[in-house]
Ligand binder design. Structure first.
Ligand code: FES
Length: 152
């Protein structure tokens, strides 16, 4: 059985019919064409799938699409404003905050969510509050640099 799910994805109203077991991650990647959102572990351990739901960061592999009906979703594709990169995207480039780039969409969405939360005051806070986003290349210092640069 399929259920209707309405989402506003990166500013566009979209409607899908999905089985109850489809995760938000799989809906975004396989049905909405938002393949910027990455699947790493598919069990809530790596953060590669982080997106924003109503401005709050969430591991999209851990939530069902039907549970997010009516919500506003922002993926990495929605961060830039046309040709203008989001300040965090620009900072990631300037600070060299990635190597392979697989974790980057999740890191960016997590960092935007972190700034929306307004909890991080220091570099240590950034490291701690983004500890759910794993970077296999070990670009953590540069990622923190980029986030701090935008926060300052
Ligand atoms: Fe969702 Fe790893 S793919 S946390």
């Amino acid at each position: 059985q399929q259920y209707p799910v309405r989402l506003r994805i990166n500013g566009q109203d979209r409607e899908f019919n999905v089985e109850s077991w489809v995760t938000l991650l799989d809906l975004l990647r396989e049905r909405a064409g938002m393949t910027g959102t990455k699947k790493g572990c598919d069990q809530g351990q790596c953060g590669a799938c982080t997106v924003l739901v109503d401005g709050k960061r969430i591991n999209s592999c851990l939530t069902l699409a039907v549970m997010q009906n009516g919500k506003e979703i922002t993926t990495v594709e929605g961060l830039a404003n046309g040709e203008d990169l989001h300040p965090l995207q620009q900072a990631f480039i300037e600070c060299d905050a990635f190597q392979c780039g697989y974790c980057t969409p999740g890191q960016l969405c997590s960092a935007v969510g972190l700034m929306n939360e307004g909890q991080a005051q220091s570099r240590d806070d950034v490291r701690e509050l983004m500890s759910g986003n794993i970077c296999r290349c070990g670009a953590y210092p540069q990622i923190a640099d980029a986030v701090i640069q935008v926060m300052d």
